[in-house]
Write a protein that binds this ligand. Structure first.
Ligand code: ACM
Length: 524
């Protein structure tokens, strides 16, 4: 029922947009309650209602909740520079012309991360069961305002929010983005910038690929050469870098304030040249190889039969667990071409219990599935087709699976042959390809109930700075985010591509270096 209404609204919306000519007017006129990404689960637009932000607008937040107030302040921080309005954030004791962020009283379906949003002439009310839900609601509200609201400089307005009601909640629990900070290192500010960008699309996990052949990026007590030597370079021979413990905790806290959990990955037993170069004793032959700045894979392995390997791994996992508020530690496990298959199994069977010993669950690239009977271990599928017997067997034992099919969700693949950045080994991925798959039925014989969610990895062999990150992530990251959040009943390329065009207006004002895919009718 709600689906039909949703699609009708989108059709009406387009017809209206077509009657305006100035791009900004058209963009705003084309905006309805459903013009957001990810598409809301249910929406009831009401053309008779619309809220207009003004000088007197107050952001009221649930009295007694510091977290609700922090969400209100973050909303105000976005809206103040562009509107120039004071937008005080006050406890919701008083009522007045305003935006209220309230805990409790929401539709039962909103769960732990959803929200309901009501836009009326004199007030906007967001209700949720949790501050995370309020945060999600404020991200929707941002997108309902004109694109100029994202600007750091003052704009004219009017600041109108289309009227109606939304009840919204995620399809999948895990909606992730992965950033490879190993092949090229990205500093704290660059990662924070990406966190701000992905949070707008209700991404709730940031997986950091913290080690690889080319670099080790996180301090580990007792193993200082991992960072002083192993972190000292990157692909191409640049200076590399690493996060101190306090910098890493700063990233974890920054993400948490945006309701994103950081999942650290130390890739092992392969992809370990940076560690092997730092400590000779981790090598079977006792000789440290040189640092590596190329882009080959599959040539390094920890020494499976040395006890020091497991002391090292335990020291690493203990530290990662201490730095991680979430339930998962990612232990990699991909492309172990330099490890004998039997050794790989031996290694993983010894290491996954270490993760459990420190109170965490292990995630790994899907090769890990063949080593496990432990259903708490989470395989992350990165294959390029829809068949994987070992993953199917793991889900039949009770494992969940995380979906990152490389030919759909790898943000480092080129869009087309002329894309100046990125790789092609998994194919060319235009926006419609990134959007065009169903995580709930993607791997043959893996039911939706076994899918924990989706994740969009961004590998950085060819990426050196935020401009590069943004060019590859936008507009494809929002496509993967919508697959993770929105019910399949809303899945519709025509609708998505119109809503994506409106995001382009926002990226212009945010200074995001997005790829202007020729498949999208950008409006600015
Ligand atoms: C991977 O792309 N090697 C996980």
């Amino acid at each position: 029922m709600h689906v039909r209404r949703f699609l009708t609204v989108m059709a009406v919306t387009t017809a209206t947009a077509a009657t305006f000519s100035a791009p900004t007017t058209a963009a705003q006129a084309g905006k309805s309650l459903t013009s957001v990404i990810p598409a809301p689960a249910e929406a009831w637009p009401d053309a008779r209602q619309a809220f207009r932000l003004n000088w007197g607008t107050v952001i009221f937040t649930e009295a007694g909740s510091r977290e609700a107030m922090a969400v209100g302040r973050q909303l105000a921080d976005v809206l103040r520079p562009s509107t120039g309005y004071p937008l005080p954030v006050l406890p919701a004791l008083a009522r007045g012309h305003g935006i209220s962020l309230l805990l409790g009283g929401a539709d039962a379906r909103v769960g732990q991360e959803g929200y309901q949003l009501a836009v009326e002439r004199d007030q906007i009310v967001i209700r949720a069961n949790t501050p995370a839900g309020l945060y999600a609601g404020t991200q929707t509200l941002r997108q309902l305002l004109p694109a100029q609201v994202e600007s750091k400089t003052r704009h004219q307005g009017p600041w109108v929010v289309p009227g109606g009601r939304i009840v919204d909640y995620p399809r999948f629990a895990h909606r992730g983005a992965m950033l490879d900070v190993a092949r090229h290192f990205f500093g704290v500010d660059e990662v924070k910038r990406y966190i701000d960008q992905i949070a707008q699309y209700k991404i709730n996990r940031l997986h950091l690929h913290l080690s690889d052949d080319q670099g080790w990026r996180i301090e580990i007590p007792g193993w200082p050469r991992l960072t002083s030597h192993g972190g000292s370079t990157e692909v191409g021979g640049g200076p590399g870098g690493f996060y101190t413990r306090s910098q890493y905790l700063e990233l974890v806290a920054y993400a948490k304030a945006r309701y994103i959990t950081v999942i650290p990955e130390i890739d092992m037993p392969g992809h370990t040249n940076a560690a092997l170069a730092s400590y000779a004793e981790l090598n079977c032959n006792g000789i440290a190889p040189p640092l590596y700045t190329g882009t080959s894979v599959g040539f390094s392995s920890l020494c499976i039969d040395k006890e020091i390997t497991y002391k090292f791994v335990e020291d690493v996992i203990r530290e990662l667990a201490a730095l991680t508020p979430g339930e998962y530690i990612h232990i990699g496990g991909d492309e172990t071409h330099a490890t004998k298959p039997a050794d790989y199994v031996k290694f993983m069977q010894r290491v996954t219990p270490i993760v459990a010993k420190y109170g965490k669950k292990a995630a790994g690239w899907h090769e890990i599935a063949k080593t496990q009977s432990d259903p708490s271990v989470l395989p992350q599928y990165w294959g390029t087709d829809d068949v994987d017997e070992e993953v199917v067997a793991a889900t039949q034992r009770g494992s969940k699976v995380l979906l990152s099919p490389a030919h759909k969700s790898y943000l480092d693949m080129k869009y087309d042959r002329s894309t100046p950045l990125g790789l092609t080994w998994a194919g060319l991925i235009e926006v419609d390809t990134a959007y065009g798959w169903n995580p709930g039925s993607f791997i043959r014989n893996v039911p939706e109930s076994s899918v924990l969610g989706v994740e969009a990895p961004l590998w950085s062999e060819t990426l050196e700075n935020s401009d590069h990150i943004e060019f590859m992530a936008f507009p494809r990251l929002p496509a993967i985010a919508e697959l993770g959040w929105s019910p399949w009943s809303t899945h519709d390329w025509a609708s998505f591509s119109r809503r994506l065009a409106l995001q382009g207006d926002r990226w212009v004002h945010q200074g995001v270096n997005f790829y202007r895919s020729p498949t999208i009718a950008w409006t600015s």
